[in-house]
Design a protein around this ligand. Structure first.
Ligand code: TEU
Length: 573
């Protein structure tokens, strides 16, 4: 029997602050913009918001480079505005999760400025500093061969003190040294600053990177590149779980909050168990990156690799079946601000299939065990920028770094970059950050400025909130019904057990599973991940149609006919 708690019943709506709603016409979203949209958010039925970082930041990585955890990036607003937002959300029974980015800071954070000022500064060991190495010819080298996740070396040389500092993301995002107790105490204080203001929890950024192997060994050589991943020495390192337990006992346990850890690189069941098994008392839930990586290349995100429904079957079964073994809990998500939109990547954004695809994926997200997370815009079927957009449309640092690296390797021949552009069109982080499409007016009603901070997808004239608001048949109408159903039938859809249907039962293009409640209610969910009709030849006795994104004639005697990207939920009480 699964224990009931509010965070298992949460339905989380992720807001990327720059792109949600601009209240003051400067082209950038802001806190006041979110405040203005609270009635809309409430109308969807979601009960929790995850807000990507809004702290003071030079914005080299869109706020994931924090220069002061206790103040707000001025164009977004003030701490008082955030307090107003928190109070308004609470008055509407909506909770707020903030993004906690404490694996690294900005190089403009006061801590780093002090740390880099001298080798004897008391904050020197708040970051990871090492002496250079020298090769046979006496050339200065990095302390090890690790690559930055955004390209290039993970070490940056600082002339002033003649040492390198570790920066796993951008050079301007130095990694904090969690081995320093003083540093940990300061981070804990900053967490309390927000919890004391009523924040209901944190999505913890790059959580499993906080503990590095103390010897910082060279990473395994896996390709010809000058720098190698090294993740085996910085992901889920030796003291990782101590740091989480300390955070819990010293900070989190004093509040009724929820925690969700972001875990890139940690993909095996046993490691995941250590973070979320109930008896470990660490995190409430986590994001295993694998579900957003299903079409990533073997070595790198932008390597070619097609999505196949078999992958989502494998990962869904893996995590749905794993969690109950250790009384753990998980998230259910397909989209975030770090990649392309799921409709484009895992279903279809072709005009004839787009709405069905959006609804089919909504069915997936709302009928599984785990806390669903949707990215703002998903509820109206927002998709990637189309193929008519060239490389210049992509402004995020991750995709740009990759593009420029390949361009250089190919001698600057822009004409030969078609394959890389295709990868950006699928997976670039820009797609997950597109301005919200509110209506069909200029710039989708996102801003009154003539120049929004980033490109607005021109499909907004057709795909926007206003056109779907009063339309029960729309993608938004479907999401609202699915969310309401999940809440109403929580014993089944939130707390029920999961039983996989095999590929033999459903055919390879259909994902199928059952949910069964304690009292014997049962749902069968069938999702067609292809653009062809699929027949599931199976007798589902006593089951009636509960929900579908296609017309009702789909259930026959001993067969269910799924239209392209069709979704069918059968039910028996
Ligand atoms: O992402 C962590 C991370 O590992 C990313 O590199 C992710 O794998 C990649 O973006 C996929 O394309 C988090 C945040 O979600 C991301 O926005 C930040 O840039 C990053 O941390 C650094 O804070």
């Amino acid at each position: 029997q699964v224990e009931k708690t509010w965070w298992k019943e949460a339905i989380v709506y992720q807001i990327y602050p720059a792109s949600f709603s601009d209240s003051n016409g400067d082209g950038l979203g802001d806190v006041r913009g979110i405040i203005n949209k609270v009635p809309y958010i409430k109308s969807l039925g979601v009960n929790t918001i995850w807000l990507s970082p809004i702290y003071a930041s030079p914005q080299k990585d869109m706020g994931y480079d924090v220069s002061d955890y206790r103040s707000i990036h001025a164009p977004y607003g003030t701490v008082e505005d955030v307090q107003e937002l928190i109070d308004l959300l609470h008055a509407n029974d909506i909770r707020l999760l903030m993004d906690l980015v404490v694996n690294h800071t900005s190089d403009e954070h006061a801590w780093f400025k002090e740390s880099r000022s001298s080798k004897t500064n008391p904050k020197r060991d708040w970051y990871i500093w090492r002496d250079p190495k020298y090769d046979a010819r006496g050339q200065r080298k990095e302390p090890n061969n690790w690559a930055s996740i955004f390209g290039g070396p993970a070490w940056q040389f600082d002339e002033h003190t003649g040492q390198y500092y570790l920066a796993l993301f951008l050079p301007s995002q130095p990694d904090l040294n969690w081995e320093s107790e003083d540093m940990r105490r300061a981070a804990h204080d900053d967490m309390r600053f927000w919890l004391d203001r009523g924040v209901d929890g944190f999505r913890i950024d790059s959580m499993n990177l906080m503990s590095k192997h103390p010897d910082l060994p060279d990473g395994k050589i896996i390709n010809e590149e000058p720098y190698q991943s090294g993740a085996e020495f910085f992901a889920s390192g030796p003291r990782m779980h101590d740091y989480i337990r300390e955070m819990r006992t010293k900070v989190f346990d004093k509040y009724n909050i929820m925690t969700v850890g972001e875990l890139g690189f940690t993909k095996d069941e046993n490691s995941v168990r250590e973070y979320v098994a109930k008896d470990r008392h660490e995190l409430n839930m986590l994001f295993t990156g694998d579900i957003v990586d299903m079409d990533f290349g073997v070595e790198a995100k932008y390597g070619r690799n097609d999505f196949h429904p078999r992958k989502i079957r494998h990962l869904t079964n893996l995590w749905q079946e794993a969690m109950p073994k250790f009384d753990g809990w998980n998230t259910v998500y397909l989209d975030n601000h770090d990649s392309g939109r799921s409709i484009t990547r895992y279903a279809s954004d072709a005009p004839e299939y787009r709405a069905s695809s959006a609804k089919m994926l909504a069915t997936y997200l709302t009928t599984l065990s785990g806390t669903p997370f949707l990215l703002a815009g998903q509820e109206i079927g927002m998709a990637n920028l189309g193929k008519e957009y060239g490389a210049e449309a992509y402004i995020d640092v991750e995709g740009k770094n990759y593009y420029n690296k390949v361009l250089k390797a190919r001698g600057g021949e822009v004409g030969q970059m078609g394959d890389v552009l295709r990868e950006l069109q699928l997976k670039a982080r820009d797609h997950g950050r597109l301005p919200m499409q509110w209506d069909s007016s200029a710039n989708a009603g996102f801003t009154t400025a003539s120049e929004p901070w980033m490109i607005v997808n021109k499909d907004y004239t057709e795909w926007n909130v206003e056109s779907q608001l009063d339309n029960p048949g729309s993608v938004m109408g479907y999401w609202k019904e699915m969310i309401a159903m999940r809440k109403k039938m929580a014993d089944l859809f939130v707390y029920g057990s999961y039983v996989a249907l095999s590929e033999e039962d459903t055919g390879e293009m259909v994902l199928g599973y059952e949910r069964v409640s304690q009292t014997g209610q049962k749902a069968v969910v069938l999702l067609n991940f292809s653009d062809a009709e699929q027949k599931v030849l199976k007798q589902f006795e006593h089951l009636t149609l509960l929900f579908s994104n296609q017309d009702e004639s789909c259930v026959g005697d001993g067969e269910v006919v799924l239209q392209p990207f069709g979704a069918v939920v059968l039910y028996s009480a």
